[in-house]
Design a protein around this ligand. Structure first.
Ligand code: HPA
Length: 271
């Protein structure tokens, strides 16, 4: 794995000497965030050695390099999900490459189903912790100490100072935010009513199919993380649940996009 990551990073270094400070993974409905980046160049995933091959037609993902304010960033336009059939090592490979390029901070966004009765569709949630219930672990197998330790401390998966700063920015910019615990399941099915109840009983506020593996791998390499989730459906109300669909999820995520864009942009500039 180390050699593969180096090979991919070296390929990028052979094209450019751009060294990003922050990495960004854009979730469902947040694709337009790339408009906030002054793009210097981008590389299609298909050009990158060792990168997972995207199977979905018309979903040509790419790595975008550019600046936001004075910050140099690399953003993944299109992420890999475990439910698509990738291994956990493949899902998290881009995060390892980002670190090799110089990234110290990872910002992730996603769409999720809310189970906290204080949430509503369209809410933006600052993820303050997570529960990993994915069936495979990205760090399972021999550990390479060059990446990080065998046993990773997960007491602060989401960096507290970044959370504090984001909340300050939200107040100043009048962006309404909530915070909460994100629970990761593999999907691709949405949860049954009983499963949403389980998620709530287990202590989470929202549930989704991404983010947890990327954050674990980032923490393995001591990269600081910040996560935002857009509530796209509410799992605690049978009426809402009856209609949950991919279209609904995308629409709700899109409606929250201006708020999320603004918050992430300011956070990158000010952190
Ligand atoms: N469950 C899981 N993943 C999701 C949901 C959900 O309700 N909404 C958006 N992504």
């Amino acid at each position: 794995m180390w050699e593969k990551v180096e090979q991919t990073a070296n390929y990028i270094f052979s094209i450019t000497n751009f060294t990003p400070q922050d990495g960004i993974i854009l979730g469902s409905g947040l694709g337009n965030f790339v408009d906030d980046i002054a793009i210097e160049f981008s590389i299609p995933y298909t050009d990158l050695p060792n990168f997972p091959v995207t199977t979905v037609a018309g979903h040509g993902g790419r790595l975008i390099f550019g600046t936001i304010g004075s910050k140099k960033v690399v953003a993944m336009q299109g992420r890999f999900h475990f439910y698509e059939g990738y291994s956990m090592q493949q899902v998290t490979f881009p995060v390892r490459v980002m670190k090799q390029l110089g990234v110290q901070k990872l910002i992730v966004s996603n769409a999720s189903g809310g189970v906290n009765p204080g949430y509503k569709v369209g809410d933006v949630v600052i993820i303050n912790d997570h529960i990993n219930l994915m069936p495979e672990h990205p760090l399972r197998g021999a550990n390479d100490e060059r990446f990080g330790p065998r046993f990773v401390n997960m007491s602060e998966p989401y960096n507290r100072s970044l959370i504090r700063l984001a909340k300050e920015i939200a107040i100043r910019e009048q962006i309404e935010v909530k915070d909460g615990v994100y629970l990761g399941l593999q999907g691709p099915t949405f949860e049954t009513l009983a499963e949403y109840r389980m998620v709530k009983i287990l202590g989470a506020d929202c549930v989704g199919m991404s983010t947890v593996p990327e954050v674990i791998v980032a923490r393995h390499m001591d990269v600081e993380c910040f996560g935002l989730s857009v509530i796209t459906d509410m799992g605690d109300t049978p009426d809402n649940l009856a209609t949950v669909s991919h279209e609904e999820v995308l629409e709700a995520a899109r409606s929250a996009e201006p708020k999320v864009r603004n918050l992430i942009k300011q956070l990158i500039i000010e952190s």
